[in-house]
Ligand binder design. Structure first.
Ligand code: BTN
Length: 332
């Protein structure tokens, strides 16, 4: 009933619709209409009630409710119906929640979004700060018919899709991808991606791609240490709030497009898109992994997603994992 009431209010906005009319139209009792209105109000919808005129919807909260996102989707595989978007006000980590759903056979394209994560996870066991309503904390479930070795390209795909979405919504911002999947604006990180998988040596059960975007953080929402290396869309966008609902639907559309393309044409176009938006290739870098810290020039991205770095003596190394630091060159 609640969704239907919301639809009616939305259609009538900014005018009133009477409780009686809604009850008759949906063939439910007046009490049930009233209960739905109360539930919507406690979800943050501002609905004005007038004894004579009925109800009208004044403000739609910028929460990532499925009903606010699906309307703008034209996806084929991802979040193709409202039931495939699981929204929570607070979770430990959307990746963890989605892995549990995946273990219970949730279909490909299932999404988990949360307003807040209290145990948000970053790469290499780090903590990911995820305060309420300040960002997009989203995980996507994919079950591609590919071997586990092919998974790095999915992380590149996600990074390229976020970059594209940000360009659509905020065309003035210079967003760049640092290998493999950090998004930076003015050298500060605005988005990170954590891909987790369940696989056997030869068989991939599923992939969970976790995307965290710092959307409406003010300075005070970061810790002082984080503020040195991180930023938000709000801060980079002349201190204007960015709609998380709009960004989420644009992002889901882009992810869907790229994933469909990857399945039909292979990784080439993903690699191309990634390269177009990257700020790593051509730069002097230090790549740290478990074994070493290697300094050199990032010369290319391999078809499998690995980074090719050329050291001083001309030796080229392929990195499949690691942490890249961009080394400022002479003159910046
Ligand atoms: C990184 O270290 O750069 C990766 C950060 C990934 C954060 C996202 S937020 C949604 C999803 N749930 C998590 O716990 N982590 C990812």
């Amino acid at each position: 009933v609640r969704h239907k009431i919301l639809e009616l209010l939305r259609e009538k906005k900014p005018s009133y619709i009477s409780g009686e009319e809604m009850a008759a139209f949906l063939a439910v009792s007046r009490t049930s209409v009233w209960k739905s209105i109360q539930a919507l109000q406690s979800d943050g919808y501002v609905i004005e009630g007038s004894p004579r005129l009925g109800y009208r919807l004044l403000i739609i909260p910028d929460h990532l409710y499925p009903a606010e996102i699906t309307g703008n989707l034209h996806t084929k595989r991802i979040a193709v119906n409202r039931e495939m978007i699981h929204h929570y006000h607070q979770v430990e980590s959307t990746n963890t929640t989605l892995k549990n759903l995946a273990d219970k056979d949730a279909p490909e394209g299932t999404i988990v979004v949360a307003e807040e994560q209290i145990g948000g996870r970053g790469r290499q066991g780090r903590f990911w700060l995820s305060p309420p309503e300040k960002g997009i904390w989203l995980s996507l479930l994919l079950r591609p018919p590919l071997p586990p070795q092919d998974t790095p390209v999915f992380t590149l795909l996600a990074a390229a899709a976020v970059a594209k979405s940000l360009k659509i919504i905020l065309p003035e911002l210079a967003v760049g991808i640092k290998w493999p999947n950090d998004l930076l604006i003015n050298r500060r990180k605005v988005c990170g991606i954590l891909t987790e998988l369940k696989a056997e040596a030869e068989f991939l059960h599923y992939l969970v791609i976790g995307i965290g975007i710092n959307v409406n953080f003010r300075e005070k929402d970061f810790t002082p240490e984080l503020r040195k290396i991180a930023t938000s869309l709000y801060l980079e966008n002349g201190r204007k709030n960015v709609s998380r609902q709009r960004l989420t639907s644009v992002l889901l559309n882009e992810l869907d497009k790229s994933y469909t393309e990857l399945l039909s044409d292979g990784p080439r176009s993903i690699i191309g898109q990634w390269k177009k938006d990257n700020i790593t290739l051509g730069k002097r870098v230090v790549v740290k992994n478990v074994r070493e810290a290697f300094e050199g020039k990032a010369v290319d991205l391999n078809e499998d997603g690995s980074l090719i770095v050329e050291g001083k003596n001309g030796i080229r190394k392929h990195f499949h994992a690691g942490e890249v630091t961009l080394v400022p060159m002479n003159g910046g």
